[in-house]
Design a protein around this ligand. Structure first.
Ligand code: 4AD
Ligand code: MG
Length: 482
């Protein structure tokens, strides 16, 4: 007999004579009621065991974490909270789980820290099951959005020979030995003898390669892993994270903002429509967690309300210059509550500033644009008519409440001469990036794109507060278990 998913059993339109369910025991009460979960939904199916006719030996083996198979009748449940339950006729233990040793015991309410150390088992909790299903649905929504719009999905390389993006510190990729490393005459590592015969790294962004494809296919997107060796041990940074990078020929910065806003709203709507049970559970979890916090630190909106708010309200578009004025005049700046006081135009915004703008001042998602040229990447389009000494670029960052920066992007510098001049000023090797410059040498045109950090999106949608809890096996400084 083939087994049926718990989700389908719970959604059944009729009672059924005989069904088979397989899953893992969440709890076993009164020697009679098994809460069985198989990962297809956050909801468990209750399996009622006829304990009088079940050998004691078997009953003892129905422990939290054990894998079992039950065959029985799907009947309407007399208990509250579920429509159906299974009256068990036959129960088979597929895999035991020693109650003394299984670390995930629902009774002890394991801490998030403890669960992180048990990342291979934490997915057996309601919370992580919900997060990982939402994550999966969100990634499908990403593809859906771009595919429906005719974007081409491009797989940019993970091992890259270009190191000029400047987005972050890189992890080296090498097959050279660490002892007896081949050296050049002047004592440097001789990468000519390495696997690729040159220095290579894990990619920090697929953008530059993506641009070359956009300049042929028109609209492209990437969705893949990205690596940054920054030593930032925060609740928003991973050393390995997934990024979505659309790039569109003939789009300017305004088009880019429109695309980013529409895209984010679409995927959030998609999750709301397709992950109701999981999101409701996560909303409850968040409320629970916040009970222990002082009133001032609690969110103003519950999770679903917050998600709907993002769908129903336009993101506020604010230039960097306006933002600096707001920050300079803000109470925390005047009272020197910011760690980094904003005195002058040109200052780089820290996350405390971004969060002030989003959470205190505007109270909605914000798109900041037209940043000072010297705090942004070399490839961003220099604005026409900017004051000397106050040059700005057509950059945009999208800031989200509770998250900070979720998107970074720009209109690209399409003018060959301006781009090359900028690269010279920043001592970026033109030879190395000659292939990139070809996009500007042959058929250059206005184009724009952005990168969205997928885990930051999952953080926002699930209402979790630490990025380590929204990726299965997080990689952070000092941490590469599993
Ligand atoms: O702002 P970033 O560095 O932009 C780029 O890499 C551009 N090449 C994107 C483009 O225009 N195609 O990174 C983009 C986004 C950030 O806004 C953030 O959401 C996420 O990637 N991000 C990280 N997420 C998790 N951990 C990290 N260490 C991250 N660094 C960036
Ligand atoms: Mg950025």
């Amino acid at each position: 007999m083939k087994h049926t998913k718990v989700k389908d059993l719970l959604n059944s339109t009729t009672t059924l004579q005989e069904v088979n369910a397989k899953g893992w025991v969440r709890t076993f009460r009164n020697n009679q009621f098994i809460a069985l979960n198989d990962g297809s939904t956050i909801n468990n199916i209750q399996c009622v065991v006829d304990f009088e006719n079940t050998p004691d030996e078997t009953l003892k083996r129905i422990t939290t974490g054990a894998a079992i198979s039950v065959i029985g009748t799907l009947i309407e449940s007399k208990g509250a909270g579920q429509k159906y339950e299974i009256q068990v006729n036959k129960l088979e233990i597929l895999g035991d789980s020693d109650a003394e040793k299984f670390p995930i015991q629902p009774k002890n309410k394991p801490s998030l820290d403890f669960l992180r150390e048990n990342a291979h088992l934490r997915v057996r909790t309601n919370m992580f099951g919900a997060i990982m299903r939402v994550r999966s649905v969100l990634s499908f929504a990403v593809h859906n959005y771009f595919q429906q719009k005719g974007f081409v999905y491009v797989n940019t390389p993970i091992i890259t020979g270009s190191d000029a993006e400047g987005a972050g510190e890189m992890f080296k990729v090498t097959a050279l030995p660490f002892d007896n490393t081949p050296r050049t005459e002047d004592g440097k590592v001789n990468y000519k003898e390495d696997f690729f015969e040159k220095e290579t790294n894990l990619t920090v962004s697929g953008q530059l390669e993506g641009e070359t494809y956009a300049m042929a296919l028109g609209q492209i997107y990437t969705f893949g892993p990205t690596f940054r060796a920054e030593n930032s041990n925060t609740s928003r940074h991973l050393a390995e994270f997934w990024m979505i990078e659309p790039e569109v020929a003939f789009n300017n910065l305004d088009d880019n903002m429109d695309l980013a806003e529409d895209f984010i709203q679409y995927v959030i709507k998609y999750a709301l429509d397709n992950c109701q049970d999981d999101l409701k559970f996560l909303e409850g979890r968040l409320l629970d967690e916040e009970k222990s916090k002082p009133q001032a630190e609690r969110s103003e909106m519950a999770l679903l309300e917050k998600l709907n708010f993002v769908l129903e309200n336009n993101f506020k578009r604010v230039s960097y210059t306006e933002a600096i004025d707001i920050l300079r005049d803000s109470t925390p700046n005047k009272k020197k509550k910011f760690q980094y006081i904003i005195n002058e135009w040109g200052a780089d915004l820290q996350s405390e500033h971004e969060r002030y703008l989003v959470e205190k001042h505007f109270k909605c998602p914000v798109i900041l644009f037209d940043y000072p040229a010297n705090i942004k990447a070399f490839y961003m389009r220099l604005n026409d008519n900017t004051e000397p000494g106050r040059e700005t670029v057509r950059a945009m960052d999208i800031l989200f409440p509770g998250i900070g920066e979720i998107v970074g992007g720009s209109e690209r510098e399409e003018r060959y001469d301006v781009l090359v001049e900028k690269m010279k000023a920043l001592e970026i090797d033109e030879e190395e990036l000659s292939w990139y410059l070809d996009t500007r040498r042959f058929g250059s045109a206005t184009h724009a794109g952005f990168g969205l950090g997928f885990e930051r999106l999952v953080l926002f949608v699930t209402g979790m507060t630490n990025i380590r809890d929204v990726i299965p096996f997080p990689r952070t400084p000092g941490n590469a278990e599993f």
